[in-house]
Each structure stands twice: as structure tokens, then as C-alpha cells.
Design a binder for this molecule. Structure first.
Ligand SMILES: CSCCC(=O)C(=O)COP(=O)(O)O
Ligand SMILES: [Mg+2]
Length: 229
């Protein structure tokens, strides 16, 4: 029996093009000025210290850190510090109505149906928890954050590491075998599966021939009572 569903965002609930063509450029254009202006104020001051820890350069200047952040953006590095800064910068874009969080049309009806079936819903993304709440709080379909029981980001670990899913299961108090993880990336699903989760792969774009996970194209193909093994 599935008691909880944990969903990825990019490529799963939301179009990868929204993240890469709207969110990432918005943050990139503002990041240097934002970090320079906010470097002595919290939370940016602590985030920059966390970035110094990430790169093992305790004395790195702000200029070096900004260069590092641009390299990380070029590499799409899932750095916890970069993700925290992006999430703060995106807030203005959502609040000012520059964009809304993309949701595939099949997502909201399915989430509402599963919630009505007493299945707890969680999010796990490399984007910060604050960024996740913004995307679902200012989504194409309005504020849908009431549907989620919790949010997880890289503070529980990276998405391709088995321990991250063990941490999520421990924090929800639900056995891994009763949690279904939805993602478009088979390496993330591999890690979840090794932690004992059930898995389904969303194929929103290109096929993935290297995956052994059951593949679907839309959330309305998912019946939590009949998850293929
Ligand atoms: C919270 S929306 C932005 C997502 C993001 O920053 C990202 O890097 C995508 O990560 P995901 O784990 O959702 O593939
Ligand atoms: Mg994804």
C-alpha cells in the first residue's frame, strides 16, 4: 500500500524549459548585484560562508565566490548555496508577477485525487525548500502548497544518493516500501529504489532507453493502488 508520494519538480511536475529558460536566467541576471549588495546581511552572509565550506576555501573573497557561482550555474551544479541564493532571487519574480510556476495540466488533478485518498504528498527537489514553496505557491494554478505535507531539498542529501531517500523516509516516519518516488531522472530513481522506495519515471520529453523503471507520460496514468514492480 502506498502511503506517501514524493515528487521531483523539474521534468516531473513542471517543464524543464520553465526552469532553464525562465528561472535560471532570471537569477543569473541578478545574482552578482544581489550578492554584492547583500553580502553583509543575513541570510546571504551565512549562505556565502556555506559556499566557502562547499569549496573548502575559508578565506575566499566575495568576488571569487561570485565567479564560483557563475561556474556552478554553467555546470547546473546542485550546490546548496547556489540553490539558496536562486530561491531568494526568484521570490521577486513570483511576487511581481513576472512569471508563475509551471505545472503540467495533469499534475493538480492527480495531486488532489491522491490527497483525497489519504496519501501524503511531499516534494524533493535540488531547488531549495523556499524555491519549491514559491513555485507551488505562485503556480499556474494558484497556491497549491496546502496539498503538500513537507518539502525536501539537498539538506537531506543529493538526489542520486541512496542515503538521501533513507533520510526522507526517516523524516516522514513512513516505511520506504510505502513511499512512491516520481522523477524524470533514472539515476535518482535508482537511488530511491536502493533505499526501498517504489518508483515511476516520468517521460515528459525524450525517451530514456537506459532506464529499467516503469515509465509513464502523465500523472493521470498513476494508480497508487497498482504500482507495477
Ligand atoms: C524549485 S524549482 C527550481 C529547481 C532547481 O533549481 C533545480 O535545480 C532543478 O532540480 P530538480 O531536482 O527539481 O531536478
Ligand atoms: Mg527532475
Amino acid at each position: 500500500m502506498i502511503r506517501a508520494i514524493v515528487t521531483d519538480i523539474e521534468g516531473t511536475t513542471s517543464d524543464i524549459r520553465f526552469v532553464h529558460n525562465v528561472l535560471f536566467p532570471y537569477a543569473r541576471e541578478r545574482l552578482a548585484a544581489f550578492v554584492t549588495a547583500q553580502q553583509y546581511a543575513e541570510p546571504v552572509k551565512s549562505i556565502l560562508d556555506n559556499l566557502r565550506d562547499e569549496i573548502s576555501e575559508p578565506n575566499a573573497s566575495v568576488s571569487t565566490l561570485i565567479d564560483t557561482l557563475f561556474t556552478f550555474m554553467d555546470e547546473d551544479r546542485k550546490s546548496t548555496a547556489l540553490k539558496a541564493l536562486q530561491g531568494i532571487i526568484w521570490q521577486d519574480g513570483y511576487v511581481n508577477g513576472d512569471f508563475t510556476g509551471h505545472l503540467y495540466p495533469d499534475v493538480l488533478p492527480a495531486l488532489e485525487k491522491w490527497k483525497s485518498q489519504n496519501i501524503d504528498l511531499y516534494v524533493y527537489s535540488s531547488g531549495s525548500v523556499a524555491a519549491q514553496k514559491l513555485l507551488f505557491g505562485y503556480s499556474d494554478e494558484g497556491d497549491i502548497t496546502h496539498l503538500f505535507s513537507g518539502y525536501f531539498d539537498t539538506h537531506v542529501g543529493a538526489k542520486r544518493e541512496v542515503q538521501s531517500y533513507a533520510n526522507i523516509a526517516a523524516q516522514t516516519g513512513i516505511a520506504p516500501s510505502q513511499i512512491l518516488f516520481l522523477s524524470d531522472i533514472h539515476q535518482e530513481l535508482d537511488a530511491a529504489e536502493q533505499a526501498g522506495f517504489r518508483t515511476l519515471q516520468l517521460i515528459r520529453g525524450d525517451e530514456d532507453g537506459a532506464s529499467h523503471h516503469h515509465q509513464i507520460h502523465r500523472f493521470d496514468e498513476i494508480n497508487p493502488e497498482q504500482i507495477p514492480s
